[in-house]
Ligand binder design. Structure first.
Ligand code: PEP
Ligand code: MN
Length: 376
């Protein structure tokens, strides 16, 4: 059950105390105050966790300061849409708005390698007018003998360079709780020239302790990548783990599912789920065409498969794209074969904007149709 408070009710106000006092008579219920900051207002909700069968919705509804009481039937209490459309969708981080309407491209190498390549990547982003990047300092690799990432040692110069090129957010994978602290400390020491979105990789999609750790902090938003062998439901439950710890600034990323049916792509592209995730949750949806496709083959029409896959997600309303490019893909220490060159990356951004315009036209045509039906 969720009690939505009126906008003027404060976290320490007498209205909230009254509600808490009333709920004390139901010992099996855990009471949690949740604050959601949206575009126009901060919504405060009281979440009642446990069996709320005996709690009268009507009685609670009559308490001073209560705007609405909702019985939640959905499993996704925090991230789900249910009928709580009043609750804001999306969040702002380091000056950038993430919601189910916008679109951001996060480009860059798979892994941080040399300062020269990282600088060239940031420069390419700046030339494209993009302030969002991707690159990992901690890399989970299939083989223990492969490059594992430079770790915390590279963070100071990566953040410093990012700041110099106006990068506002870097999506960076974390493999354990300690990595969050290392990122936080390095950012602080550097004077916060940029921001970080903590990435949960597909290999950690059900690492519940890690999910709780990123959920238990509010400094960084979280990019959750769907488990490569998980159902959509299992991955949404994993996002719910993050949110239930208190951090709702989550983006859900589709990155393809592992199956032989995906051949010759690395994974089976699952971007048809973009509108599904938008319907079921309030989360902005990211697509990762690089890891879905995993190669740089061209179709006979001249377009790279990665472009075609990205287009499928963008035409369906994706809000973020994670895409790998490298100033010299053949020298990349990780995922070189699927990395676009800088020139290809620039063509990629142009292609995305063509498709995005088509998506916006589709949405406009659809809403014109709805208005026509309403006035008839
Ligand atoms: C990545 O984005 O660098 C990555 C390792 O992706 P995934 O976890 O989806 O394989
Ligand atoms: Mn990669």
């Amino acid at each position: 059950m969720i009690v939505i408070l009126k906008p003027e009710v404060k976290s320490e106000g007498p209205e909230l105390e009254k509600i808490k006092k009333f709920l004390e008579q139901f010992p099996g219920i855990n009471v949690k105050l949740v604050e959601l900051t949206g575009k126009t207002r901060t919504v405060r909700e009281v979440h009642l966790i446990g069996s709320t069968h005996d709690v009268s919705r009507e009685l609670l509804q009559s308490f001073p300061g209560v705007e609405r009481v909702i019985r939640v039937s959905t499993k996704y209490r925090q991230i789900g849409r249910d009928d709580i459309d009043i609750v804001p969708v999306g969040f702002t981080y380091n000056g950038i708005r993430f919601d189910q309407d916008g679109l951001h491209i996060f480009g860059g190498p798979c892994a941080v390698d040399t300062p020269e390549y990282v600088e060239a990547a940031f420069k390419a982003l700046r030339d494209a007018g993009i302030t969002t990047a991707r690159m990992g300092a901690y890399k989970p690799r299939t083989s223990p003998y492969d490059f594992q990432g430079h770790g915390a040692a590279c963070l100071p110069w990566v953040f410093d360079l990012a700041g110099r090129y106006g990068i506002k957010v870097i999506a960076m994978e974390v493999l354990k709780e300690q990595h969050i602290e290392e990122i936080s400390e390095a950012l602080e020491k550097a004077g916060a020239p940029t921001g970080v979105m903590l990435q949960i990789g597909t290999r950690n999609a059900q690492n519940f302790e890690l999910l709780k750790a990123v959920g238990n902090q509010n400094q960084f938003p979280v990019l959750y990548k769907r488990g490569m062998g998980l159902t959509l439901e299992e991955s949404l439950n994993a996002c719910e783990y993050i949110a239930s710890e208190g951090n709702r600034n989550i983006i859900m990323c589709l990155r393809g599912a592992k199956t032989q049916l995906g051949w010759p792509h690395r994974n089976l592209v699952d971007f048809a789920h973009v509108p599904v995730v938008k319907r079921l949750t309030r989360l902005p949806v990211c697509i990762d065409p690089s890891h879905s496709v995993g190669s740089k083959e061209h179709a006979p029409d001249g377009l790279i498969d990665i472009f075609h896959a990205a287009a499928q997600g963008v035409i369906a309303g994706a809000n973020m794209i994670l895409v790998e490019f490298h100033p010299q893909p053949e020298a990349a220490l990780c995922d070189g074969p699927q990395s676009l060159t800088v020139e290809e990356f620039h063509r990629f951004t142009e292609d995305v904007s063509i498709v995005r315009t088509a998506y916006e036209q589709r949405v406009n045509a659809c809403s014109r149709e709805l208005v026509r039906e309403m006035i008839q």
